[in-house]
Design a protein around this ligand. Structure first.
Ligand code: FAD
Ligand code: NAD
Length: 475
């Protein structure tokens, strides 16, 4: 063990954390001519998103989707398989690991290309201009810096009475590397993680029971989306206990029993062999020694920032999951670019209303702008146009007929206020809605644009026609 402290280099900006917020901030700072350091405690770059989040979960969703197609849908398309279709979970997970490795090594390349100094170790504040990097062997280095961007991200949240043994009672991180397919996976929390990873294991043959506190899954999205996704997932065999508050959990090493109370305070128990706890994530500032500088952290553990994403210490900024707002990779990336440009004296802008949200189940779910519930709550007069995917030739051709596109527009001006979709590939379709809303398009503007035929995107044009003056063409 060495404990020597060496005075090292001096930087214009030091970023703590290499997730999509941190590494993108580093690239933009370097592009703008700043001498940039990026500190990461893990040996691979990319943070939650690349290592244990967006990328590995999508790799498993894609792999399990292929299997599901083979066992449930090939026959509909006239494809016969002689012999059993088998899953090797080990191979599926190792493919996912390769995808992650390729993606994180891509970030190493980008850091080199942009001449960003990557410092491996745990970053903590000595004072506002000095950061200490503690390495695994206990040695430490100190750097001097004009500015700091905190991009330390988040960790899974837990319920106070649950012990995560990470074997049977697990978070998303362990769910991405299980050694066996659960017989019965209990999922606490019907949000994004619970549904995406629940669907992976349902497709692979697990019984999946989702226990959700609210009266609907994905409760922050438009109610119509919750309803449609519930219907689809139920058809796929996922079971739901809605309006059930989890109040206890016991784990004997092979079986996990979750106790929950329903609206009438009736207690129910469900037993499975694994339990995924997916009740949200918490901002992560452990060990950062923010107190050495007096950085304000709110009651939810988030670093407090102003409209410039600046903390109460003028040369220290924070971005991504560690601050308020949706915990999304693309939100963190926008904020990384934003802070870099602020530091360069520019006047960047982020419209938080136009950060899209996506759930990568199948059918996919995607949203931007206000939900119908928000418009009602805020007493905004609006028009709604909805078009079902099943009415599209493209959907019938592929067999993906679940879902819809719903467009909400201002009753007087026709400006699009929100777009909510469920269906095949809507994760990609939502970009059209974001562009339209960034340019403050009306529903009529969208309805007058040519959309290639046959595509799923035609549902957007049809929903816009329905919102403009209730004249969809194909229903
Ligand atoms: P993070 O990605 O959490 O990165 C923070 C980094 O900081 C980590 O590498 C951490 O090791 C490092 N760090 C922390 N403290 C220190 C320290 N003191 N010193 C040095 N290093 C430190 N979002 C989407 O938009 N789309 C998705 O499909 C999606 N899927 C997800 C699936 C799962 C299973 C999970 C868990 C999350 C998913 N997310 C998704 C959310 C997304 O991963 C996060 O919003 C995103 O990673 C946040 O980026 P960040 O840069 O703020 O923090
Ligand atoms: P979430 O906030 O999406 O969902 C948590 C769910 O748990 C909510 O529906 C909540 O009502 C429920 N819940 C809370 N306490 C409960 C209790 N005691 N009993 C039963 N249910 C309870 O959180 P998550 O799914 O854990 O995901 C964490 C974050 O990661 C999210 O903020 C999300 O933005 C991000 N993420 C994004 C994606 C994506 O963009 N596709 C994918 C995965 C994760």
């Amino acid at each position: 063990m060495q404990n020597k402290t060496h005075i090292m280099n001096s930087y214009d900006v030091t970023i703590i954390g290499s997730g999509p917020g941190g590494y993108v901030a580093a690239i933009r700072c370097a592009q703008l001519g700043m001498k940039t350091a990026l500190i990461e405690k893990y040996s691979t770059l990319g943070g939650t998103c690349l290592n244990v989040g967006c990328i590995p979960s999508k790799a498993l969703l894609d792999s399990s989707h292929h299997y599901d197609d083979a066992i449930r849908h090939f026959e509909d398309h006239g494809i016969e398989i002689s012999g059993d279709v088998k899953v090797s979970l080990e191979k599926m997970i190792s493919r996912k690991d390769q995808v992650v490795a390729q993606t994180t090594s891509g970030i190493d390349f980008l850091m080199k290309k942009n001449k960003i100094e990557v410092l491996n170790g745990f970053g903590s504040f000595k004072d506002a201009n000095h950061v200490v990097i503690t390495k695994e062997d206990g040695s430490s280095e100190e750097i001097e810096t004009k500015n700091v961007i905190i991009a330390t991200g988040s960790k899974p949240a837990n319920l106070p009475f649950i012990t995560l043994d990470k074997e049977r009672v697990i978070t998303s991180t362990e769910a991405l590397k299980l050694k066996e397919i659960p017989k019965h996976l209990l999922v606490i929390g019907g949000g994004v993680i619970g549904l995406e990873l629940g669907q992976v294991y349902r497709r692979l043959g697990s019984e999946v029971s989702v226990i959700e506190y609210m009266d609907r899954i994905i409760p922050t999205m438009d109610k119509a989306q919750s309803k449609e996704l519930t219907k689809s997932l139920k058809k796929q065999g996922v079971k739901f206990l809605l309006s059930h508050k989890v109040s206890g959990l016991s784990n004997n090493g092979t079986e996990v029993t979750v106790t929950a109370t329903d609206k009438k305070d009736k207690e129910v128990t469900v037993t499975g062999d694994y339990c995924l706890v997916s009740v949200g994530r918490r901002a992560y500032t452990d060990g950062l020694k923010a107190e050495n500088v007096g950085i304000k952290i709110n009651e939810r553990g988030q670093v407090t920032v102003n409209e410039h994403l600046q903390t109460n210490i003028s040369n220290i900024y924070a971005i991504g999951d560690v601050i308020k707002g949706p915990m999304l990779a693309h939100k963190a990336e926008e904020e990384g670019v934003f802070v870099a440009e602020i530091l360069a004296g520019q006047k960047p802008h982020i419209d938080y209303n136009l950060i899209p949200g996506v759930v990568y189940t199948w059918p996919e779910v995607a949203s931007v702008g206000k939900t119908e519930e928000q418009l009602i709550e805020n007493k905004v007069a609006y028009k709604a146009g909805q078009f079902p995917m099943r009415a599209l030739g493209r959907s019938r051709a592929s067999g993906d007929t679940d879902g819809f596109v719903k467009i909400l527009s201002d009753a007087k001006t026709d400006e699009v206020l929100g777009v909510h979709m469920v269906g095949a590939r809507v994760a990609d379709l939502i970009a059209e809605a974001v562009v339209a809303m960034e340019f403050r398009a009306s529903a009529e503007d969208i309805s007058r644009m040519s959309h290639a035929h046959p595509t799923y995107a035609e549902a957007i044009k049809e929903a816009a026609l329905a919102a403009t003056d209730n004249r969809p063409l194909h229903i």
